[in-house]
Design a protein around this ligand. Sequence first.
Ligand code: ADP
Length: 289
Amino acid sequence: MTSALDISRTSPAHPQRGGTRKARDRGHIQIRDVSVEFERNGDWMAAVKRANLEIKPGEFVCLLGPSGCGKSTLLNTVAGFVNATRGELLVDGQPVTAPGPDRGMVFQQHSLFPWKTVRDNVAFGPLMAGMGRTEALSLARTFLSLVGLSAHASAYPATLSGGMQQRVGIARALANYPSVLLMDEPFGALDAQTRIMMQESLLEIWSEFGNTVLFVTHDIDEAVFLSDRIVIMSASPGRIIADIQVSLPRPRTQDLLTSPDFIELKRECLDLIRRETLRAFEQQNSGGR
Ligand code: ADP
């Protein structure tokens, strides 16, 4: 299958900051003893419990775990949408207290502005950051070329397929040159074939940009295919129960999905998650905590 990308044609160096395309010296995430609690009907409930995680600049890390275990909450805490109720969270040494342009977010549901063209969606962030319109539109063209959507720059999001809309979402996040890309099940709503194409495309973009990526998924295949490391979370309240190094060779293509090393890693993750799910189930049945 051919890739949707043609990175060789593009040169996404920042027009104002110039310099290198890669951001490998930025995007260091430190999560130290972080808990997140929400109030529900007068009770406080822990969504994330005492998480510790360090992610090096340029690493691709997947947060994997059953639905409702707190993956999105932890991601949203790194994004600055949610505040930790305990512990400390730093990105490049700075405490995270609010969203910022150093952290780009891609959601499962397309969060594009439906009334703006694809090009204007991508140009929005740079415009908000104070870039001139001509420059911002030129930057948008560059990023749309990077995700293979140059021909659709004037289209409105509703006229694009789900996979294409997600590519616009990725281009829009990257147009702010974030050092960290936060992705919350971005391919969860796509069919299997589009999904694997998008995964391959994402790896190409990542290898070009060198951003740190923190990617939430409950799909074991996706986590093993994409990651340098897989961080597994327990059923609610979400604790980090395993941190697995994925040393499969890169660049990765879908041929990898049937290799013995891939299957072995997948089995390891599956066993851990199954054990954890059983434990949570037994705990619920015994009414314990
Ligand atoms: P996951 O991403 O693993 O599916 P979430 O992080 O979305 O899990 O949710 C973890 C738990 O926290 C769930 O029980 C969810 O209902 C709860 N939760 C998430 N956000 C909020 C919120 N804003 N208010 C109250 N409870 C929340």
